[in-house]
Every structure is written in structure tokens, then in C-alpha cells.
Design a binder for this molecule. Structure first.
Ligand SMILES: Cc1ncc(COP(=O)(O)O)c(C=O)c1O
Length: 379
């Protein structure tokens, strides 16, 4: 037989096969693929502000890039499966013991591990809605029923969420500040909610945007962990630290909760590059303050301008501004895109615009002005 024999010659099958209809788990068949924010796209000659994905507009610092480059020299070896040095560094930065820290390839992976370790077919995953678009995906992956409790005035309705806890609820996700509305829950209202949650149900406080909270006197949810050992806090290097492409996040919780979350951990999911880059980012946390101050100034400027133009702006704390446009969100987002500003429409709720560089903010402000004169924005 010739070495160039085709697959059909090898199997004696004269005709190419029809594509197989592989049987899927029913819950997987229901998954609506996660829609990432539109990237900047091909160069069109006109300025584009890519403000759909809550990314930081700054490139990683030279120190972070240098650490990643050095780690690249050892890529023939598997990374430390326990990410010990990074976990120790995160533990120190947050004043907790290292057995209270888990890391993952993005906080999304940690959320997935937490859900898969607690919630199965027929169980319920509870969260507010609208919130992070990854949550319904997690429910489908687990084969669980997604229970979304409507926000009130763009904020979590924690009493209604407590009422919605059933015998089948296994895990509760609380996004704080909430993506996409930016609204913030205070420590005391979270504590009052946690007091109503049975202690054998896992509550995840998803704090992907924690570092952007510049509310004076804001008390961190980490201080709740001793009182409520069924709580885990997830955070990420993708947002404030500007390392979305590196895929690295962490979780802080009681040691047995960390052990539960790690049950569905796939070995080696955090690369050596991610471990090295995240450590360097923590070493350079001093620079972070300046960047966060610049981002906050941009958020306030954009929100104030949009409000003055008549847009229904929600006061929020992430690196984004939420316009509660309702059903008009896709139309307004399309008009903004025609002005070179790529935003995220989440109908029937609203449009989210990320805060970019000061030039991006200027661009978004001008685009909002153009759109306001073309369409009545009040929602
Ligand atoms: C609220 C929230 N949680 C989690 C994530 C996932 O972040 P990552 O997996 O990049 O850490 C995101 C990303 O946008 C988010 O907005």
C-alpha cells in the first residue's frame, strides 16, 4: 500500500462520511455561546475606541513583561501545579494564610470549579440578573437550573435572593460591584443576606472589579469570611491589573471551601507565564493606584457627560459606565459604533461602555453627543 493512501483507502470506504451528529448532554445543547465584546476590528482609517470588554487600556508594565519573558525560558517544564509562590504572595497581600488561597486560569475558571464542585443536574444556581454573562453558562455546564433574581434600580435585591433559596440551591453568585450595572453592595447588607443563607450552601462574592471601588470607608467582604465560612471571594488580574490576556485569577475562602473548589481543578491550568506575571504585577501594585485614579476620573467624566446629555446613567464603581437604555440599547450601541465607539449592548437592559484612555473617554463623550442629537436617548 502506498504511504500516500487516503483515509478512505485505508478504511475501504469509498465515500466520504456524512458529518456525525454527536449526542450532547441536554444541558450543554442549551448553551448560548459566550459572546465576547467586539474587538477593535480591522483598521478603517478612523479612530476606534474598543470599549466593549471592560479591559484596561494600558499595556502591562515593563517589569511584568520582563518577568513573563524570563519565565518563557523554562517553558519546556510544567508549571508549579500548586502555584505556591504566587499563592503565598496573594496570601500576604490580603493578610490571610496560604491555605485560604486558590488560583485559576482567570477567575471564570474558579467560578466554574466552584459551581461544578457544588452544583449538579437538577440543582439550582442562584444569582441576580442582569449580572455577569458567564453565570448562565456555568448553570448549563453543571446541568443546573439558573435562577436569576431581577435587580431593583440596577442593584441586587438581596432580600428577594434570600427568598429564592430553595432546597435545590447549591451555590449563589453575588457580583460586587455588579457587572454590567456597576452598583455596589455594602458589607452590612451582604452580612444580613448571608445570615439568611443555610451554612451548607456556597456563596461566591465575585469581586472582579473590587480594585475600582473608590468609595471612602468601603469595608471589604474579606472581613466576612471568618463569620461566614461558606463564603468565597473571587478576584482577577484581568481588570485592574490589566492582564486579561494572561488568564489568571484567585479565590480566597476557608481552607475546606478552597479544598472543595479545588476538587474540580484541572492540573497545570495556570501557566508558568501567568504565575510569574501575576507575581510581578503584585510587586508593582504601587503603580496601580495612579492607573486606578486615572480610570476613576475617566468614569466620572464619562458618566457626568452622558447624564448631562439626558442618558439614563447609573452610578457605578467598575471600569465602565452603565446606561439603562432598556430595549433601545442595540440601537444606541449601533449609533455609537458608527461614531467609532464599540460598546456592549445587553438588551433589554442597557448599554455598557468601558472606560479607556483619556482619549477614548473624549471619543466616547463626543460619540454620545452625536448620538444624542440624532436620537432621543432618554430610556
Ligand atoms: C464579574 C466578572 N466576573 C468574572 C469575570 C471573568 O474574569 P477573568 O476570567 O478574566 O478573571 C469577568 C470578566 O469580565 C467579570 O466581569
Amino acid at each position: 500500500m502506498s504511504v500516500n493512501a487516503s483515509a478512505s483507502q485505508l478504511t475501504n470506504d469509498p465515500s466520504p462520511r456524512a458529518p456525525a451528529a454527536v449526542r450532547m448532554r441536554p444541558s450543554i445543547a442549551t448553551i448560548q455561546p459566550y459572546k465576547p465584546g467586539k474587538p477593535a476590528g480591522a483598521a478603517t482609517g478612523k479612530r476606534i475606541a474598543a470599549l466593549a470588554s471592560n479591559e484596561m487600556p494600558f499595556a502591562p508594565s515593563p517589569a511584568v513583561r520582563e518577568a513573563i519573558a524570563q519565565a518563557a525560558a523554562g517553558l519546556n517544564r510544567y508549571p508549579d501545579p500548586h502555584a505556591t509562590a504566587l499563592r503565598e504572595r496573594i496570601a500576604t497581600a490580603n493578610g490571610v494564610d496560604v491555605d485560604r488561597v486558590a488560583v485559576g486560569a482567570g477567575s471564570m475558571i474558579l467560578l466554574q470549579q466552584a459551581v461544578l464542585s457544588t452544583t449538579g443536574e437538577g440543582d439550582e444556581l442562584l444569582y441576580a440578573w442582569p449580572s455577569f454573562e458567564g453565570y448562565p453558562l456555568l448553570a448549563s455546564l453543571a446541568g443546573a437550573r439558573a435562577v436569576g433574581v431581577p435587580l431593583i434600580d440596577a442593584r441586587h435585591d438581596l432580600p428577594a435572593m434570600a427568598d429564592a433559596i430553595s432546597d435545590r440551591t447549591r451555590c449563589i453568585l453575588v457580583c460586587n460591584p455588579n457587572n454590567p450595572t456597576g452598583t455596589l453592595l455594602g458589607r452590612d447588607e451582604i452580612a444580613a443576606f448571608l445570615a439568611r443563607v443555610p451554612s451548607d450552601r456556597l456563596v461566591i462574592l465575585d469581586e472582579a472589579y473590587r480594585e475600582f471601588v473608590d468609595e471612602p470607608g468601603y469595608r471589604d467582604a474579606l472581613t466576612l469570611l471568618d463569620e461566614f465560612p461558606n463564603v468565597a471571594v473571587t478576584r482577577t488580574f484581568s481588570k485592574a491589573y490589566g492582564l486579561a490576556g494572561l488568564r489568571i485569577g484567585y479565590c480566597i475562602a476557608a481552607p475546606d471551601v478552597i479544598a472543595t473548589i479545588r476538587r474540580s481543578h484541572i492540573p497545570f491550568n495556570v501557566t508558568a507565564l501567568a504565575q510569574a506575571g501575576a507575581m510581578a504585577a503584585l510587586d508593582g501594585a504601587g503603580e496601580l493606584h495612579e492607573r486606578l485614579a486615572e480610570l476613576s476620573a475617566g468614569r466620572r467624566r464619562l458618566a457626568a457627560h452622558a447624564r448631562a446629555l439626558g442618558y439614563p446613567v447609573v452610578d457605578g464603581y467598575g471600569n465602565f459606565v452603565w446606561l439603562a437604555l432598556g430595549e433601545r440599547a442595540p440601537q444606541i450601541s449601533a449609533l455609537l459604533e458608527a461614531e467609532g465607539v464599540i460598546s456592549r449592548a445587553l438588551p433589554p437592559f442597557g448599554t455598557r461602555i468601558s472606560v479607556g484612555t483619556p482619549e477614548d473617554v473624549d471619543h466616547a463623550m463626543q460619540a454620545l453627543e452625536q448620538v444624542a442629537s440624532a436620537a432621543e436617548p432618554a430610556g
